[in-house]
Each structure stands twice: as C-alpha cells, then as structure tokens.
Design a protein around this ligand. Structure first.
Ligand code: PLP
Length: 344
C-alpha cells in the first residue's frame, strides 16, 4: 500500500440505518448526498437498499443520476435542490423526484415534466431552502392539485435538543401542513433523536448512518490506515517539520506517513491528534503537510508498517474536535487518493 487505505464497513452502515429506523414508527429514508458523505454513494446506497431503505436523497440532480445507476428502478431518489434550470432531462431520464423549493421551480416542473413525481420543501425557519409560509399559502391549492408525493422541511438546531428553535420549527411545519393528505418529513439524524413528535411519516438521516454525531450510539463505519514511508532517529534538540514547531525532548523515533492535508487530514488537527498502532497512540510531531505527516513512534517496540488515523480508538468526531470542525466535514473531505475497500 502506497497511499492511505480507507475501509468502509457496510455492515456497520446498515446497522446504523436499522438502529435509527427502530427509533421511529415511520419510514426511514437515507441521505447519500456528497458521494455518500465521502464514502462512495453507489456502494453505500446499495448497502442501504439491501438493509431496507426505499427512499434516498441527494443534494443535486447529477448525484441523483449516479445513485439511480447504482440502484436501478423501484426506489425514490429525492433531490433537495429541487428542479433547477437545465435539470429537466436528468430528472426525467433518471426518474428523480425534485423537492420543489419555490413558485418558479413549481412552474418549471409542471411545464417541463407535468406527469413526473415531485415533493415540496417548505421553510419552517432555517431560511435556506423551501417555500416561505406566505408563498406556500398562495400556492398551496394549486400545488396540491398536482399531487406532491412528500412535503418536507429541515431543522436548523436539531443537534441541540434544548434549543427553542426546534419547537418553533415544529410548530411552523405543523401550521403549514395541517389537514393535508400528503406524507410529511421534518427530521434528519438530529430530529430523529428529538422524539416521536418530530418523526411524521418519513425521516431523512445522513450523518448518523455514517457513524457521526449527534447519533452517539452509531457504529464506526470508516477506518483509515496510512502507510509509513520512512522511520528515523532524532537526537534531543532536533526539530521536525515545517516551521520547526516540534523539538525532541528525548532521543526519539519519527515515522513519516503518506497522507496529508491534500487527503483531507485537516492541517488544523495538527498537534492535537495521534495515529494509532493497534491500541497505542502515537502523537503527530509538528505540522501536517500536504502529503506527509511526521509521527512520534518512540514508544513503540518496533517500527510500524502503517498507522491508523480513523479506527476503533479515534472516530470522525474526535478528528473534528481536534480541527475545530464537525464530523460531516471530516468525512466529506476524505481524499480521492485513498484506495478503498468495502466490508460486508
Ligand atoms: C443533509 C440533509 C439531511 C441529512 O442530515 P444529517 O444531519 O446528516 O442527518 C436531511 N435533510 C436535508 C434537507 C439535508 O440537507
């Protein structure tokens, strides 16, 4: 192995989907946008379909086409960005279901693809996507005559259970959708954990499937092993890496591994993370560079052939904490240079 190797545990992914599904009494979809949160949309979507998912969501129509190619007919693939200008052919040819976000999108859809399924996205307060309450009130009757298959909205603060925004958005969503005979969806991973009131007819988990917070019971899905290129000794007082930010305070053994910030190992994680040899943590020595990381392996009995960055002792949220970001960004930054294998 000459580049980092990413191992994706599809069994853990399926177990996470089942665990989230078991928390609700409704249908559970799967969000596979951004190439399945960086883990490979085709393989991830197939594993989730095998686990029982029948509705999938992506961010844009191009991603939907890739997921349709992987899954074939018979499942719904929803597109959060709706029906954008120029998307009609992709939507038709791949049988995608756009979540229409505005009057303009509604008109575009009905004009271009009058017989094709669609959903509606409402803004319950996040101010990102979806129709505003007033816009929806004006369009509602016309829209309902076209028979939407789903009405959805999205929570801004669901990862903070005590946040007052959750109840406000719930109330707003209920007001906009009361007495409609259309299936409704409000919650992603965070909303599932908020409890039954937030579940409606369909939930849309993403991050929890891939082993990330706020689903703190999630099984780890991604493992990342990085090969050691070279190992050397450093005397007391010698420095390592750009900027000389690390200095040996004891006779040291330094391993240089083949991955860096160009592979999504964010430079800001810098000195706060370790790579593991089995159960043993080996701290990063000095700055993470573009393609290389220097690791202090002095405490190991033998020079290791590779070290583990993501694994049983350190998950995506640990790396996120070290870099001052969120697990979502760690996953979706994982580099294209890694070789990949998928475990059933
Ligand atoms: C990304 C996204 C989801 C999934 O969110 P997670 O927090 O990853 O579970 C669900 N719905 C919408 C509209 C999204 O943009």
């Amino acid at each position: 192995m000459s580049s980092g190797h990413l191992t994706i545990d599809l069994g853990a992914l399926a177990a996470n989907w089942r665990a989230l599904d078991a928390r609700t009494g409704c249908e559970t979809a799967a969000v596979v946008k951004a190439d399945g949160y960086g883990l490979g949309a085709a393989r991830v979507a197939r594993a989730l379909a095998d686990a029982g998912a029948r509705r999938f969501f992506v961010a844009v129509a191009e991603e939907g086409a890739a997921v349709r190619a992987a899954l074939g007919p018979g499942v719904m693939i929803g597109v959060f960005s709706g029906h954008m200008d120029g998307d009609s052919d992709l939507i038709r040819d791949n049988d995608l279901t756009p979540m229409l976000n505005s009057v303009d999108q509604m008109l575009r859809h009905v004009e271009a693809l009058p017989d094709r399924r669609f959903g509606i996205q409402l803004d319950s307060g996040m101010n990102r996507l979806g129709m505003e309450p007033a816009e929806w009130a004006a369009l509602r009757d016309v829209a309902l005559r076209q028979k939407p298959v789903l009405i959805m909205s999205h929570l801004a603060c669901a990862d903070e259970p005590e946040h007052e925004m959750n109840a406000q958005q719930l109330q707003s969503f209920i007001e906009m959708t009361a007495d409609l005979n259309v299936p409704r969806s409000l919650s992603a991973t965070g909303g599932i954990l908020l409890g039954k009131k937030y579940h409606f007819d369909l939930t849309r988990p993403g991050i929890g499937l891939y082993g990330g917070l706020p689903f703190d019971r999630a099984a780890k899905v991604a493992r990342l092993d990085v090969p050691v290129i070279q190992v050397r000794d450093a005397e007391v007082g010698e420095t390592a890496g750009y900027g000389n930010t690390w200095t040996a305070t004891r006779p040291s053994r330094l391993a240089t591994v083949a991955a860096g910030y160009a592979d999504g190992i964010l430079r800001a994680m810098g000195p706060k993370v370790s790579l593991y040899h089995g159960d043993k943590p080996c701290p990063v020595a000095g700055r993470i560079s573009m393609d290389l990381i220097i690791v202090d392996v002095t405490d190991l009995e033998q020079d290791p052939p590779y070290l583990t960055l993501l694994g049983p002792h350190q998950g995506v949220d640990d790396l996120a904490d070290a870099a001052g970001t969120i697990g979502y960004e760690i996953l979706t930054s994982l580099g294209a240079r890694y070789s990949r294998s998928y475990r059933a």
